[in-house]
Design a protein around this ligand. Structure first.
Ligand code: SF4
Length: 357
């Protein structure tokens, strides 16, 4: 990662518009003697009418249009590349940030919904042993505007034709390790005068930062929570998801249960199936027992290969057998359809693979 500014991006003095909540934008406008409702007008122009040039914002006073550049910066990161899967249902975008860092995000379309998978960090410190992002180590946290910009880039790509879409924080990084920026971005996306994205359409996925799960439960938002479990014994989870050594399974499941009870939402238990490692009948039985402990659903993810790592995806029969063993014992089970693995866009594959423009 270069520490030099990208040649395409000369920093402005004003903060990025996309990292400002409406309240914070109103404060900046008030410093110039302007009323709070101007912040709502700006949100409407940018997030509803998709205008990113102050000149066209015809209901704003001419002086504000001229001076807006001192209040906030309306420019967005450049989209460096877009790769589409063979069926065109998955797109992987690479955005170039102000310091030259590159962030990856993925849009996925199924018959039922459009979902944007967002990154929260460049790289990741948690180093889960099967994940391409973990191999990078942590480069830096993303700022709120760099998270919101991913949604806008993917919305632009799809022409904003979908009235509704979901977002999941399952891209690069551990979102709860960048808690404040992620929550600030969520508040901006959730704003009824902005994109008005319902909290129930937003899922935060964690590898198990127990204190932050408890904190998230108290935010008063009905965000979806996904817990990346991947193993049902501490011995195996210590290897696959090393953060387990800090917060072992019992505490994680207690926090997830409390989250589900506090928010009234079922917690998604993510379970990556790795051949010969965690896909046996005993694993299925223990997983079902965990799932019965809390309001939950299980999402099975057949492993997506990463170059340089020796883990393997189980065959379709093994995946089916594992799911079949869970069905009568666990509350709800889905097998995630593998999407975008041929463009390195699937779960666990974000980390600079196939990202050259
Ligand atoms: S799986 Fe998630 S938490 Fe684990 S290393 Fe990859 S990005 Fe980080």
């Amino acid at each position: 990662m270069s520490s030099l500014p990208s040649p395409s991006f000369v920093p402005h003095e004003a903060p990025s518009f996309y990292g400002l909540t409406r309240a914070r934008l109103a404060e900046r406008l008030a410093e110039r003697g302007l009323p709070a409702y101007r912040a709502g007008q700006l949100f409407s122009w940018v997030y509803h009418k998709r205008l990113r040039d102050a000149e066209g914002m015809t209901d704003l006073p001419r002086a504000l249009r001229r001076d807006l550049v001192r209040v906030c910066d309306l420019r967005l990161p450049r989209t460096l590349s877009v790769r589409a899967s063979r069926q065109q249902e998955t797109h992987k975008l690479v955005l170039e940030l102000e310091d030259g860092a590159r962030v990856e995000c993925v849009s996925m379309r199924t018959a039922r919904r459009l979902t944007f998978c967002l990154s929260s960090q460049i790289g990741c410190a948690l180093r889960c042993s099967f994940c391409a992002t973990g191999l990078m180590g942590l480069k830096r946290n993303l700022r709120p505007e760099e998270i919101v910009a991913q949604v806008i880039a993917m919305g632009d790509l799809h022409g904003w034709q979908d009235e509704r879409f979901n977002i999941v924080f399952m891209g690069m990084g551990e979102p709860l390790a960048n808690y404040h920026a992620v929550l600030e971005a969520i508040r901006i996306l959730h704003d009824p005068q902005g994109l008005n994205l319902g909290a129930r359409r937003i899922t935060v996925s964690t590898s198990g930062l127990v204190p932050q799960i408890a904190q998230l439960a108290e935010e008063g938002l009905q965000l979806g929570l996904a817990v990346s479990l991947h193993a049902t014994t501490d011995a195996l989870r210590d290897q696959l998801v090393p953060v387990n050594r800090r917060w072992p399974l019992a505490g994680l499941l207690a926090a997830a249960k409390a989250y589900g009870q506090r928010t009234g939402r079922r917690v998604t238990i993510e379970y990556t199936l790795i051949a010969g490692v965690n896909d046996g009948p005993d694993d299925a039985d223990r997983l079902a027992a965990f799932a019965r402990e809390l309001p939950s659903k299980i999402n099975l993810i057949p492993y997506n290969p990463v170059p340089g790592l020796s883990w393997r995806r189980p065959g379709p029969d093994a995946v089916e057998a594992f799911a079949a063993r869970l069905y009568p014992r666990a509350p709800a089970v889905t097998v995630r359809q593998t999407m975008g693995d041929e463009i390195w866009a699937a779960c666990g594959q974000l980390g600079g693979l196939g990202t050259e423009p």
